[in-house]
Design a protein around this ligand. Structure first.
Ligand SMILES: N[C@@H](CCC(=O)N[C@@H](CS)C(=O)NCC(=O)O)C(=O)O
Length: 214
């Protein structure tokens, strides 16, 4: 049985959504963050030395890193057509967005989050603050330009890259920053209308209700 190690309000939401899109049978083992630090606790460290969510257990294999877990799942358990093949015209864009989500998109957002929390001196005053804001403006404009031209991140059909990037777009939404970007907002509507997304949301909420201390 596939087991998703889930932490509340985290990137493991995207893995639950992928499993629903793929129609896989899986269970969720949920842990709460440390209420003071927001970090994963010692239980997660016992499961994997790097202690991050999402984490996937499949028999003897225990993996972290969303993109790697996505490739692993689709490679070993079937991709349900969510992964263009290397000869497909959408493959270059698919690959780019699959890696972009964690390799590029999250950096300026996290820099801004940490500086706004006062971790880089008084919020708004450090060199980092300007860098984060510039990076976010560039990121949002880029995503908006792509989604204005096409239905989904890799082209005209829904792929696993939309699940990877979906979490990034949700972060933009939850930060209250999506309003100037109608194509991104339209993506959120299409994402939330997917039955697999809705099932994932309720599985994640149920898992969080019964989560153990991390
Ligand atoms: N790039 C990694 C990021 C993993 C990550 O930072 N996960 C956060 C939750 S969204 C986490 O586990 N935080 C707890 C901690 O760092 O202690 C991925 O996409 O899997």
């Amino acid at each position: 049985m596939l087991t998703i190690i889930h932490v509340d309000n985290s990137r493991s939401d995207r893995l639950i959504w992928l499993c629903e899109e793929l129609g896989l049978d899986y269970q969720i083992e949920a842990y709460l963050r440390d209420p003071e630090t927001g970090r994963a606790g010692p239980r997660l460290k016992r499961l994997h030395p790097y202690a991050k969510a999402p984490m996937l257990r499949d028999g003897d294999a225990v993996l972290i890193e969303s993109g790697a877990i996505f490739e692993y799942l689709m490679g070993r358990h079937g991709d349900a057509g969510l992964q263009p093949s290397p000869v497909d015209k959408d493959w270059p864009a698919y690959l780019q967005w699959m890696h972009f989500a964690e390799g590029s998109a999250m950096l300026p957002i996290l820099l801004d989050h940490f500086q706004a929390a006062g971790m880089a001196g008084p919020p708004g005053e450090s060199a980092l603050a300007g860098m984060a804001k510039d990076g976010m403006a560039q990121l949002y404009a880029y995503i908006e330009s792509v989604l204005s031209e096409q239905e989904w991140f890799a082209g005209d059909r829904f792929t696993a890259a939309d699940v990877m990037m979906g979490w990034v777009v949700e972060v933009v939404l939850n930060r209250g920053e999506i309003e100037p970007y109608p194509a991104m907002a339209g993506f959120v509507d299409k994402m939330k209308a997917r039955p697999a997304y809705q099932r994932a949301l309720s599985r994640a909420a149920e898992a969080t209700r019964t989560a153990k201390a991390g």
